[in-house]
Design a binder for this molecule. Structure first.
Ligand code: NDP
Ligand code: HSE
Length: 440
């Protein structure tokens, strides 16, 4: 066997992901050494509870509750504790101690990424985080390295498995949101507190990370517009299906170019209509996919498991091998550029298509009134479908009708003001839903 130099690896966290990382590191040590050009010695595993149940059979003597001491003298620190503190403090401690850091912690990077990257820059350390967005799917490295010579125009990602599972079951079975959420919790896809997933916080963190890389710009979490899926009901899913769409929770990261050539970006997470022929429409279950459009490369699709202990461990170990190679070869790592520094625009500036569903009085002139309000609001109608909900038996009028209006591209600010005017017009009984249409 080759006489490799030994690198000391500290693991912080042995939960769903950490226990699998430790297991694979121990099982495949020789193979990983050949790939990394260094022996990766798992020096210890820091946890909260030494007697906690682990998903893998790991040597007890590796466990410690003293993360701080474990970090000192390590070449690579793998942070898989999650959350902000003490993860942030330990990651900064690892960097200051001269280690490279591997982390899957999207919450930390989306909120304190600049602090972490600056600390690493100052001492020439590297931070690897392939697993922080879309789990096992290689997307960080493609954006950071493979597409570094191109210009990314747009990313549309299904980056949260829980919500994709829920929306997919609602779409395929006509099920209700609450029922599917309960099943997702029973199956372990959704957390007991599902807020981070269903309200779009998890997807927004991933969107901030992807947009930062794609547009070489620091994107703070508060620049990401976020809406969750709790307002999506079975009727909306059915209406989308009828019109040839599926509803997906999308993370959209977009480069915008004004008439004067100046550029900005929009980063947003919301449930959107996607045409059933679009590659993202065929992403089922808890899978993730990231659809990238770049000026030269064209359309690229990255697909696979966005979560899961062993799946995510694959991405983490890829980073560990990269970090080890850099330690052995020396020199700077992959690096990151935030020099473009593009401003992020508020949601009102976004231009996309919409589907507006209204319940209206079924009276003469109502359609004309609705069309007039849309026209005044600079919202151009592409399609209209009317269904009578309830009609007078004799005249076949006088009841209610459902109007589903598809628009051409419109500015979000114009659209929302127009919807407010429609709601107040006296002919609209109820604004049932307003959904963006993405994917063209
Ligand atoms: P878990 O909650 O399953 O595990 C967290 C681990 O960290 C536990 O072993 C816990 O110790 C340990 N820990 C927590 N706080 C401390 C502390 N203060 N000191 C020492 N140890 C601590 O998390 P996951 O494995 O699910 O996630 C880890 C990271 O990976 C997160 O950032 C997450 O967002 C990310 N990720 C997770 C995915 C997944 O599918 N699970 C997918 C993609 C990314 P103890 O066991 O003793 O409580
Ligand atoms: N809760 C996340 C999801 C998993 O459902 O995709 C890890 O990011």
């Amino acid at each position: 066997m080759t006489d490799y130099r030994t690198l000391r690896v500290a693991l912080l966290g042995a939960g769903a992901v950490g226990s699998q990382v430790a297991d694979l590191l121990l099982k495949h040590g020789d193979e990983l050494a050949d790939r990394a050009g260094a022996k990766l010695e798992l020096a210890g595993i820091a946890v909260r509870n030494l007697d906690g149940k682990r998903d893998a059979d790991l040597p007890r003597e590796l466990f410690t509750t003293d993360a701080e001491t474990l970090i000192v003298g390590s070449d690579i620190v793998i942070e898989l504790m999650g959350g902000i503190e003490p993860a942030r403090t330990q990651v900064l401690h690892a960097i200051a101690s001269g280690a490279d850091v591997v982390t899957a912690n999207k919450a930390l990077l989306a909120t304190h990424g600049s602090e972490v990257f600056e600390a690493a820059d100052q001492v020439g350390a590297e931070v690897y985080y392939e697993a922080a967005a879309a789990g096992a799917i290689p997307i960080i490295r493609p954006l950071r390295d493979s597409l570094a010579g191109d210009r990314v125009v747009r990313i549309m990602g299904i980056v949260n498995g829980t919500t994709n599972y829920i929306l997919d079951r609602m779409d395929t079975e006509g099920a209700d949101f609450a029922d599917v959420l309960a099943q997702a919790q029973a199956l372990g896809y959704a957390e007991a507190d599902p807020t981070a997933d269903v309200e779009g916080y998890d997807a927004a963190q991933k969107a901030a990370i992807l947009a930062s890389l794609a547009f070489h710009t620091t994107v703070p979490l508060d620049a990401v517009h976020r809406e969750g899926i709790t307002s999506v009901d079975a009727a909306m899913i059915e209406s989308a299906r009828h019109a040839g769409y599926v509803i997906k929770l999308l993370a959209v990261c977009e480069r915008l170019t004004a008439d004067d050539g100046s550029e900005s970006i929009s980063v947003r997470v919301y449930p959107a209509l996607v045409e059933r022929t679009h590659p993202l429409a065929s992403v089922h279950g808890a899978n993730n996919a990231v659809f990238v459009q770049a000026e030269a490369a064209g359309d690229l699709m990255f697909y696979g498991a966005g979560a899961g202990g062993v799946q995510t461990a694959s991405a983490v170990l890829g980073d560990v091998v990269s970090a080890a190679r850099r330690h052995i070869a020396g020199g700077v790592g992959v690096g990151e550029s935030t020099r473009a520094n593009l401003p992020a625009v508020p949601i009102g500036h976004v231009i996309t298509r919409y589907q507006i569903t209204l319940e209206v009085d079924d009276q003469p002139g109502v359609l004309a009134t609705v069309a007039g309000i849309l026209s005044e609001g600079r919202v151009s109608i592409a399609t209209v479908e009317q269904t009578v909900i309830e009609a007078d038996e004799n005249t076949q009028t006088g009841g209610s009708a459902r109007l589903v209006i598809g628009t051409h591209k419109a500015r979000e600010q114009d659209l929302s003001e127009t919807v407010e005017r429609l709601a107040a017009s006296g002919v609209v009984e109820r604004v049932v839903s307003v959904l963006r249409v993405e994917g063209n």
